[in-house]
Design a protein around this ligand. Structure first.
Ligand code: KIV
Ligand code: ZN
Length: 501
């Protein structure tokens, strides 16, 4: 059996389904190019029939990327496949990913169908896709809860129909690692065409019980040769298996004898780019890419690491692209240095956007001694609010211990200036109350997180918010060295997204 694991990245499809993480086409192209540089084998670029935006993104990513296979998702429906074929027309290497639910709850409640009819629909979809595309992947949705004997019949039928990759998703993140590994092993032993290499099995694990990576590895050890993953493990609900974990497990455990094509030194910049564009913070203790992943804080650990890093470090941070000696930009850095750093981070800006980013960079450099990669990513994304109708003009807050906070705010709404002031039990509360005096809508703050980008009291704070209005939840983001300003900007970002009734 091959000792190569193909990496199928679905950050731009399953990852992008996360509410509030939607990217525009230009941002998706940036991520796709970064994934290409990272060395992924397959990029799942979208679900073309689902929206004109997804359709267009698959077209543009196909044009922008050369080496990876571009994959488009469909249901087992001819129209979906027709639309996917059209969206993939410019891909240098293309794949259609079609499939249907195979577990009893899916067959009974979703399709009101029978096991035999589901096999017929699966085979028909694969045969139909095969007319237009040599590379067809089939997914058996909810395979994790599908009984193995029936799943083997489905997979054998679709391999016979021409599927070259069979995806075994643990859609609900329910399986235990030994159960999932046993499922893959059962299929390897009972499906004609797998051991001969006519088709390979793929894992697609969700993290609802925190076992996505463990399940993926169990599947790989049992014979799967493709892993479906996302950067930072983003994805619906608790997310998908994270690319960086699988790549680094195989790199650290050479004894397994399976390699990927991933250039691991690109992992960290890719993680930062995705987190920044999607406004999705990475938890500090996230394996491989979290802020604390390589930070030894206990005295015993620090002492050991200073004597020899091998005492407590199983991988070199440089292997994942974390370089403490990387150039830090300051107020004296020029335009060219900023452009170069942006390129290293996978961001190409037009001359006009670069000029604006450079101006913002100089303003931030006045407030902060050193500008980090995260700051630069934040600045490069700052322009996304340029088209907003409502902008924060000024904010002044008086706060402290033993006094009630008071805020005065000025908003620019489509060119007109509005002002208000209010008091509250803290600076953010006062500022938002003042904001609400101007924006008279019934809106409720549902979620509010503040995160420092890197370290230091002069650091930029990132704020993520969810505001409910008229039965919908809107996601907003703000970043500023002043966390009250960042909070108000995040709130305003939400308001700018309210659907016009
Ligand atoms: O989780 C899942 O089952 C999926 C399929 C559509 C591949 O994302
Ligand atoms: Zn999924």
């Amino acid at each position: 059996m091959s000792d190569r694991l193909f990496i199928f990245d679905t950050t731009l499809r399953d990852g992008e389904q996360v509410p509030g993480c939607q990217l525009n086409t230009i941002e998706k192209i940036q991520v796709a190019k970064q994934l290409e540089a990272l060395g992924v084998d397959v990029i799942e670029a979208g679900f073309p029939v689902s929206s004109p935006g997804d359709f267009n993104s698959v077209i543009e990513i196909s044009k922008a990327v050369t080496w990876p296979t571009i994959c488009a998702l469909t249901r087992a429906v001819e129209h979906d496949i027709d639309v996917a074929v059209e969206a993939l027309q410019y891909a240098k290497h293309r794949r259609i990913h079609t499939g249907i639910g195979t577990s009893d709850p899916h067959i009974k409640y979703k399709f009101n169908s029978t096991r035999e009819q589901i096999i017929e629909r699966a085979v028909a979809a694969v045969k139909y896709a095969k007319r237009y595309c040599e590379d067809v992947e089939f997914y058996a949705e909810d395979a994790g809860r599908t009984d193995n004997e029936y799943l083997a019949r489905v997979i054998e039928a679709v391999v016979k129909a021409g599927a070259t990759v069979c995806n075994i998703p643990d859609t609900t993140g329910y399986c235990l690692p030994q159960e999932f590994g046993a499922k893959i092993q059962y299929l390897m032993e009972h499906v004609d065409g797998l051991s001969s290499g006519k088709a390979i099995l793929s894992t697609h694990c969700h993290n609802d019980l925190g076992m996505a990576t463990a399940n993926t590895m169990a599947g790989v050890l049992a014979g799967a040769r493709q892993a479906e993953v996302t950067i930072n493990g983003i994805g619906e609900r608790a997310g998908n298996t994270s690319l960086e974990e699988v790549a680094m497990i195989l790199k650290c455990h050479k004894g397994i004898g399976i390699d990927t094509n991933i250039n691991t030194q690109r992992i960290y910049p890719t993680s930062r780019l995705v987190s920044s564009l999607m406004n999705m913070p990475v938890q500090p203790n996230k394996a491989i890419v979290g802020r604390n992943a390589f930070a030894h804080s206990s005295g015993i650990h620090q002492d050991g690491v200073l004597k020899n890093v091998a005492t407590y470090e199983i991988m070199d941070p440089k292997d994942v692209g974390i370089d403490d000696n990387s150039i830090v930009l300051t107020a004296r850095s020029g335009h060219a240095a900023l452009k170069h750093r942006l390129q290293v981070l996978g961001i190409e800006l037009s001359d006009e956007a670069l000029d604006k980013t450079y101006e913002a960079f100089l303003r931030l450099a006045d407030q902060k001694k050193e500008i980090t990669d995260d700051d630069i990513l934040m600045l490069a994304g700052a322009d996304r609010t340029a088209a907003h109708a409502i902008k924060l003009d000024y904010l002044q807050v008086t706060t402290g211990k033993g006094v009630r906070s008071v805020a005065a705010i000025g908003l620019n709404i489509s060119g007109e200036r509005f002002e208000a002031s209010a008091s509250g039990n803290g600076p953010v509360d006062a500022a938002i109350k003042a904001l609400k005096i101007i924006i008279r809508r019934k809106m409720t703050l549902k979620e509010f997180t503040i995160q420092a980008i890197s370290k230091g009291s002069d650091d930029v704070g990132k704020v993520h918010m969810q505001v409910e209005y008229d039965g919908h939840v809107y996601y907003g983001f703000g970043a500023n060295t002043d966390i009250v300003t960042a909070s108000v900007e995040a709130y305003i970002d939400c308001i700018n997204k309210f659907k016009k009734n």
